[in-house]
Design a protein around this ligand. Structure first.
Ligand SMILES: C[S@@+](CC[C@H](N)C(=O)[O-])C[C@H]1O[C@@H](n2cnc3c(N)ncnc32)[C@H](O)[C@@H]1O
Length: 245
């Protein structure tokens, strides 16, 4: 199940204004253009930032996410009617024959259970056409991003049109092997409401992901750097082979 910050309507509505810099999407846009992808499946599309950019370029896009409130935000954006939005995850998709599947914004880390991750990779593979590609990112564990996930480093006040000022910060709750649990707190100045959202992310090693992709029938084509977050992310590019395995 998706976290409160994606599921709660009031929090889904402030997801974009609280994190407006989306230069992270540029390499995904380039990949879609370079491969001439005509149909793209965006898994964990959230509020639709990437799906809508692609749809505006004439690409046929399917966005899937388990958080209905985030999809509702996505549907309401300009161009929202151009995208096919699916409430759910990659484990129960209709046949799509997608040229490219993406997981932007570290969606892969949200899928913490080993079996859920395997099912997700299998579901994506089935939704790709033979020769279709999967591109996704995940934080490099050795960079220990969670060491910055504290109030001192993250506290901010954001003035949001139609909403008012929103205070937000994150507190680290637990680090248990590859699983990192943290809590976002949001305070809405307009009425004083405080909402919290707890999340657990899985930090996977590069070799672990390579092995899992191979086990689920992908060929790993490349592991890149994220240009906007140099040295901090693995960006995987994998392909569903042409031949039937
Ligand atoms: C950090 S947000 C990123 C959203 C979007 N990709 C972006 O770049 O703005 C993570 C998203 O993953 C979604 N998510 C959580 N569990 C998921 C799963 N098992 N399958 C697909 N998406 C999932 C959440 O609902 C949320 O929208």
């Amino acid at each position: 199940m998706a976290d409160e910050c994606f599921r709660h309507p009031r929090l889904a509505a402030v997801y974009d204004p609280l994190d407006p810099d989306r230069r992270d999407l540029d390499p995904y846009l380039r990949m879609a253009a370079d491969t001439g992808a005509r149909r793209v499946l965006d898994i964990g599309c959230g509020t639709g930032a990437f799906a809508l950019l692609l749809a505006a370029r004439g690409t046929d896009v399917v966005g899937v996410d388990p958080a209905e409130a985030s999809l509702e935000v996505a549907r309401g954006k300009p161009g929202g009617e151009r995208v096919r939005w699916i409430h759910g995850d990659a484990t129960a998709l209709p046949p799509l024959a997608a040229d490219l599947a993406t997981m932007t914004g570290n969606v892969a880390q949200e899928i913490t259970g080993p079996e859920d991750w395997q099912r997700t990779l299998r579901g994506i593979r089935a939704a790709l056409r033979p020769g279709g590609r999967l591109m996704f990112e995940t934080r490099i564990p050795a960079r220990r991003a969670w060491e910055q996930w504290n109030r001192e480093a993250t506290y901010g006040v954001t003035e949001i049109a139609g909403v008012g000022a929103v205070e937000s910060w994150v507190d680290l709750l637990d680090v248990n092997g590859p699983l990192v649990t943290f809590r976002w707190t949001y305070v809405f100045a307009a009425d004083g409401q405080t909402l919290t959202s707890d999340s657990t992310l899985r930090f996977r090693e590069r070799q672990e992901i390579e092995a899992e992709l191979a086990a689920q029938g992908y060929v790993v084509e490349d592991i890149r750097d994220a240009p906007d977050r140099p040295g901090r992310e693995f960006v995987f590019l994998a392909r569903r082979p042409e031949s039937v395995r």
